[in-house]
Design a protein around this ligand. Structure first.
Ligand code: HEM
Length: 214
């Protein structure tokens, strides 16, 4: 008993108890935009990963806007973030590069067929941190409606700005053939889930950073 308490005390001192070990993310400060993000590196083929980054205001209101960043190797035709960790009944923010133009499209579906345009969440692409170059395409966007949304019927899901949230991604090697947000997207080749720690993604100057990067 004494031994257990001693261990717990030591672990608490080291700071590993309250956070737990669940999240799959690391914290990065993006020098370009100035945001502090928590980042998940999603392997989509062996040896290559897409970076999914999230930044939140600190303190965050109940319904908070967030900024997300997707950094994808050129091999990624399209990739999408599912904010409720499911293909169905949640906002899906899907990105791709149309030539030199990065595109973000918000979709939703209640069945596992091509998701359609969804206006219950809105994204604003930020100028800084959004580009296509010889090796990657990248988007940085503010989303209103990605952290709080209805799922089925009258159920609302609120993501936790101070904790870990289950998210999912999907990837396809097939690039949509237009820059229209309504472009046809083909079915994914890979999807997966992870626990994204938002508690390390707080930005006290969130609104100012959005302004600076717009
Ligand atoms: C043309 C577009 C799409 C089609 C036809 C499609 C179709 C499907 C099908 C048939 C499944 C079931 C797979 C299985 O049981 O093995 C599935 C699962 C899944 N899809 Fe899609 N999908 C599409 C787009 C997307 C997008 C844009 C996302 C996310 C951004 C997504 C995320 C997922 C996830 C996470 C699963 C796992 C099951 C779940 O958690 O709901 N899909 N999809």
């Amino acid at each position: 008993m004494r031994w257990n308490i001693g261990l717990a005390y030591l672990a608490a001192l080291l700071g590993c108890v309250s956070e737990g070990f669940a999240a799959d993310t690391i914290t990065v400060r993006d020098g370009e935009t100035g945001f502090t993000f928590s980042e998940y590196q999603a392997a989509f083929v062996i040896g290559q990963a897409i970076k999914f980054r999230v930044a939140v205001p600190s303190p965050a209101p109940d319904k908070f806007d967030l900024v997300f960043q997707i950094i994808a190797p050129t091999a990624v035709g399209w990739t999408g973030l599912a904010w409720g960790a499911s293909m169905v009944n949640n906002p899906l923010t899907i990105g791709w590069a149309s030539g030199s133009t990065p595109v973000i499209s918000v979709r939703r579906t209640s069945v596992r067929t091509q998701p359609q345009i969804y206006d219950g969440a809105t994204v604003q692409l930020l100028k800084t941190g959004t580009r296509v170059n010889g090796t990657h395409w990248q988007v940085t966007a503010k989303c209103s409606g990605c952290s709080s949304f209805s799922t089925t019927g009258s159920t609302t899901k609120n993501l936790n700005a101070n904790g870990s949230n289950r998210l999912a991604f999907a990837y396809s090697k097939t690039r949509p053939n237009s820059a229209s947000t309504a472009a046809m997207i083909s079915v994914h080749d890979v999807y997966n889930y992870w626990d994204h720690d938002f508690s390390t993604a707080g930005n006290p100057d969130f609104d100012q950073l959005v302004k600076n990067n717009s």
